[in-house]
Design a protein around this ligand. Structure first.
Ligand code: LLP
Length: 462
C-alpha cells in the first residue's frame, strides 16, 4: 500500500522548507498549514519561491558547468517552459539565474514580455503548432530571440508577416526526431504520428531548413527538439541529442551555420517519492552525448539550450485541501474503501484524470495514532473519475476539517486548472523566507465567474 513519505525522509518530494513541526503540523517556509489555511483558505497552491529560485540556479549552473567553454563546448542556456506555470512573481528568479522563457501562446508571451518579469525579450522563445497571426506579430514587434517554426506553412506566413512589418525573424526549426519518450502517450511529442514539428525521417525538417535559408526575412538561428515530458530515462535524451547533432552537421554541409541546438524540456520529477535523475546527472549525460555526436559528425559543438518546465515548478508547490465528507464504501469483495473527499479536485489538478498521473497525499494539520487504512482521495466534482489519489494510506480517524496536502503540484496544476462545475480556481500563495506569504496568483471568486456570464445585465442589480 502506498504511503506518503515524510519530508525528513524524502526531501526530493517536498518543497525545500517543508517540516513536520512538533505539534504534528506540516509547515512550509516556516508557516504552519493551519495558519496558511486560515489566511488564504482552501484549496490553495502553496508555492515556495525560494525553492523555485534555488532550482533555477541549480539547473542553470549544472548546464553552465557541463557545457563550459573550457571543456571545448560553446556554453548552454536554460529557458523556463512557462506552460508549466507562469506569473510575474517568478521573473526575479528567472532573470537572476540568467534563464530565458519559452512561451507557447499569446497569453504566455504577453506575461513573459511584461516589464515586471524583467526578462530580456532576446531571451524569450515562442512555440506552437498553430500560432496566431496576432501572436507572431507581437513576437516580431517585441524582438524576441527565437520563433520555433512548426510547419512549412508557418514559414510562408512568417516571411509575409516579416515583409509587412519590415522585420527579420530569428527562427528555429522544431524537428521530430522519432524518439518516443515520456510519462504518458499524450505528453510524448517526438514520435511520428502527432501534431508537433517537422520530421527528420520523412525529410520535412530538411525541407523546412532549405525554405528558411531561401526566405529573405528569416534567419536560421538553430534547431529544436522536444521529445516529451516526465522523462526519467536519460538515454532517450541522449538518442535525441545524437540525432539532432547529426542533422545539424547535414545542414551545415549546405553552407548554413547552425549556432544553436535546443534539446527541449522533459526532465522528470518525483511525484510519489521515487528516485529521479538530478540536474547534474541530466546535464552531464547531455554533454557527453553532444560531444560524442559532434565528434562523430566531425563538426564543432554548438551552443546548447534546454527548456525545463516541470523540473523547476513541480516540486516547489503543494496543494492544500480541507477534508469534508468521509465515507466507508463496501467493495464487491466485501472489503471497505474509505473515500476521503476534499474541497478541490479535477478542476485544480486534472493530471490524475487526464494522464492517470500518480500522486500521494498526507494529513497535514496533525499526526494520528489511529491505525493506517487504505483511502481514496477524491474531489468535489460531479464526476466519479474525479479522483486525486486512487489509493493511499491515511490514519483511520481522518475526518472533516482535517487539512490534507498533495505534493509536487506546481507544474501543470494551476496552469491546467479549469472552472468545471463553476468552481473558482484556487489562488497560488507565494512563500519565501524573505517576505510574508502572499498571493502570487489571486484566488478566483464566484463574482469573477459571474463577470464572464454576459447574460447577467449588471451584478449590482442583484
Ligand atoms: N519545451 C516544449 C517545446 C514543450 O512542449 C514542453 C512541454 C516543454 C519544453 C516543457 O516540458 P517539461 O520540462 O515541463 O516536461 N501537461 C502535461 C505536460 C505537457 C508538456 C507539454 N510540453 C503534464 O501535465 O504532464
Amino acid at each position: 500500500m502506498l504511503t506518503c513519505p515524510e519530508p525528513a525522509a524524502n526531501p526530493v518530494l517536498w518543497p525545500w522548507g517543508t517540516k513536520r513541526e512538533e505539534d504534528g503540523q506540516l509547515s512550509f517556509a516556516g508557516h504552519k498549514v493551519t495558519e496558511l489555511a486560515q489566511s488564504f483558505g482552501t484549496p490553495s497552491y502553496l508555492f515556495d519561491l525560494d525553492d523555485f529560485a534555488a532550482r533555477a540556479e541549480t539547473i542553470s549552473s549544472a548546464m553552465a558547468e557541463e557545457f563550459w567553454e573550457g571543456y571545448g563546448f560553446s556554453g548552454a542556456s536554460v529557458y523556463y517552459a512557462g506552460k508549466a506555470f507562469l506569473c510575474t512573481a517568478l521573473g526575479n528568479a528567472i532573470s537572476r539565474a540568467g534563464m530565458g522563457i519559452d512561451t507557447a501562446s499569446l497569453g504566455e508571451l504577453t506575461v513573459a514580455l511584461n516589464p515586471a518579469m524583467g526578462v530580456d525579450p532576446k531571451k524569450i522563445g515562442l512555440h506552437g503548432n498553430n500560432k496566431s497571426v496576432e501572436c507572431l506579430r507581437l513576437a516580431l514587434r517585441s524582438g524576441i530571440g527565437r520563433i520555433i517554426v512548426d510547419s512549412l506553412g508557418e514559414i510562408d506566413l512568417l516571411q509575409s508577416l516579416c515583409e509587412s512589418e519590415n522585420a527579420t525573424a530569428p527562427v528555429m526549426v522544431r524537428v521530430t526526431t522519432g524518439v518516443h519518450a515520456g510519462g504518458h502517450s499524450f505528453i510524448a511529442t517526438a514520435h511520428e504520428d502527432q501534431k508537433f514539428g517537422l520530421s527528420l525521417a520523412s525529410g520535412a525538417a530538411l525541407q523546412a531548413v532549405k525554405k528558411i535559408i531561401s526566405a529573405k526575412n528569416l534567419q536560421l538561428v538553430g534547431l529544436h527538439s522536444h521529445i516529451g515530458s516526465q522523462i526519467k530515462d536519460l538515454a532517450s535524451f541522449q538518442v535525441a541529442a545524437e540525432r539532432m547533432l547529426a542533422f545539424r552537421a547535414q545542414v551545415q554541409k549546405l553552407g548554413e551555420p547552425v549556432p544553436e541546438v535546443d534539446l527541449g524540456g522533459g526532465l522528470a520529477i518525483s511525484y510519489q517519492g521515487e528516485e529521479v535523475p538530478t540536474a547534474s546527472e541530466y546535464a552531464r549525460s547531455l554533454a557527453s552525448s553532444v560531444k560524442r555526436a559532434c565528434q562523430q559528425a566531425g563538426s564543432d559543438i554548438p551552443h546548447i539550450s534546454i527548456e525545463p518546465g516541470r523540473w523547476l515548478a513541480g516540486p516547489v508547490c503543494v496543494s492544500l485541501y480541507q477534508v469534508g465528507t468521509v465515507k466507508d464504501v463496501q467493495l464487491e469483495d466485501g472489503s471497505i474503501r474509505k473515500y476521503v473527499s476534499v474541497d478541490g479536485g479535477m478542476s485544480d489538478n486534472i493530471r490524475p484524470a487526464l494522464y492517470d498521473a500518480g500522486y500521494v497525499a498526507t494529513l497535514a494539520s496533525r499526526v494520528s495514532d489511529a491505525p493506517a487504512v487504505s483511502c481514496r482521495v477524491v474531489g468535489m466534482h460531479c464526476e466519479s473519475g474525479d479522483i486525486l489519489v486512487p489509493e493511499i494510506v491515511l490514519p483511520a480517524d481522518v475526518n472533516a476539517g482535517d487539512l490534507l496536502v498533495i505534493p509536487a503540484t506546481g507544474a501543470y496544476g494551476r496552469a491546467m486548472a479549469s472552472n468545471y462545475n463553476l468552481v473558482p480556481r484556487p489562488g497560488v500563495v507565494g512563500l519565501s523566507g524573505k517576505s510574508s506569504p502572499r498571493y502570487i496568483v489571486a484566488l478566483e471568486t464566484v463574482d469573477d465567474l459571474l463577470r464572464m456570464d454576459v447574460g447577467i445585465v449588471g451584478l449590482s442589480q442583484g
